[in-house]
Design a protein around this ligand. Structure first.
Ligand SMILES: [Zn+2]
Length: 396
């Protein structure tokens, strides 16, 4: 059975407020390439209606913004609850229903962003009346970011202000989908673009040209070889897979089948274990280019070149020993075990900035970024219980 939540009044009573908030949040198309300001306005208004002021941290071009809001006593450092507002595109995916309208089917709430990570934001907003009603000994800070899906770039200007004109929380919970498990480590990402310049020629005379696509194919083959070498050497069983990985994501080049191509470029990523040396793969690829490819290419034309540029990095996350953020999440979830994940989040950036962090949020990462993304109502209930426990712990 499918229920459009706009029309139904028979929602699970425990989570009606959360579901209505989630319905509103997913209605804003906050794909990373688009503005998130409509969503930010909604959150600002919602908080204002509950007597809470918030601070916007606008993007350099003013089309997006982060939001920071504090509930309760400001003399103590407090706990940050952090979530990104943006989501990944739906283009090319086959959805069973409109990705921007929340639909319930069998206890699961479907729409883009439900799992990653508007479900968490909805739980935090739905808990605001409770946070307001309790006499909090130390504050709860709500942090909403943009462009997390574009290399975790949006939260960085906000983090730069923590401890300056914005309070620095003593612990931050990043509510990415972990099925409410406690995550204390993740891998690092480095993204690169490699451009190959060759020489055009008639395809009947390939020897007087330098085939940029063929050189790119050799480089990609080398990346595959380097990846296999790393997989054979590294083994950290906390991670799945237990080694750093190398992956090529895009390639473009050439103009026609009868022209030896002059240009080819491809984008690739290394996702490194926190203990691995992230510069190793680009260094080895460059050494391969210098010795195995370029000498031959330069014999034909001095224009031949292979250039690799860094497109962005997201630091690994490793919670500090005896992290108070991890201790808090373990207590609130009633578990003793932490886990590590291979995807990246904003937690490494918070940790680097001196805010002990932990990742714990509703929904399963398997549904994130996929068609028919969903979060289960049971997961939202678990997150609401976590936030109610936090309110208990912070109040008298
Ligand atoms: Zn996310």
């Amino acid at each position: 059975m499918t229920v459009d939540l706009q029309r139904t009044s028979a929602l699970s009573s425990k989570t009606t407020g959360v579901q209505e908030l989630l319905w509103t949040l997913v209605g804003f198309d906050t794909t990373s390439a688009k503005s998130n300001l409509a969503l930010i306005c909604f959150v600002e208004d919602y908080l204002k209606r509950h007597g809470i002021a918030s601070t916007r941290v606008p993007s350099p071009d003013g089309t997006k913004a982060d939001l920071f809001a504090t509930i309760g006593e400001t003399s103590a450092a407090g706990i940050g609850l952090s979530g990104h507002s943006d989501c990944v595109p739906v283009e090319g995916q086959r959805w069973s229903s409109d990705p921007f309208t929340l639909m319930e089917r069998d206890g699961k709430l479907y729409a883009r962003g439900t799992c990653d990570m508007k479900g968490f934001l909805a739980c935090v907003l739905a808990s605001v009346p409770l946070f307001r009603a309790r006499k909090l000994k130390e504050p709860i800070h709500i942090i909403v970011s943009y462009d997390e899906e574009a290399g975790c770039t949006g939260v960085r200007p906000l983090i730069a202000r923590l401890g300056a004109d914005l309070p620095r929380p003593r612990a931050v919970v990043v509510g990415e989908p972990t099925s409410m498990k406690v995550i204390d480590a993740h891998k690092r990402i480095d993204s690169y673009r490699t451009r190959v310049t060759g020489r055009e020629a008639h395809s009947s005379m390939p020897d007087i040209g330098v085939n940029a696509i063929a050189a790119a194919a050799a480089l990609i083959g080398e990346l595959e070889r380097l990846g296999a070498d790393i997989a054979a050497r590294q083994n950290d069983p906390r991670f799945e897979p237990p080694y750093s990985t190398v992956s090529v994501g895009t390639i473009k080049g050439g103009t026609a089948p009868n022209i030896v191509p002059k240009h080819c470029e491809f984008q690739w990523q290394v996702r490194s274990l926190p203990s691995a040396a992230p510069a190793e793969v680009p260094r080895d690829l460059s050494a391969f280019a210098e010795t195995a490819l370029l000498p031959r290419m330069l014999q034909v034309t001095q224009e031949a070149a292979i250039d690799t540029e860094t497109k962005g990095s997201v630091p690994a996350f490793v919670a500090r020993p005896q992290s108070e953020a991890v201790a808090l999440a373990l207590e609130l979830t009633g578990t003793r075990h932490t886990h590590a994940v291979s995807y990246t989040t904003e937690a490494g950036l918070f940790e680097q900035a001196g805010c002990p962090s932990v990742i714990c949020g509703p929904g399963n990462i398997a549904q994130a970024h996929a068609a028919d993304e969903y979060v289960s109502i049971a997961q939202l209930e678990a997150c609401m219980a976590f936030l109610a426990g936090l309110a208990d712990q912070l109040s008298d």
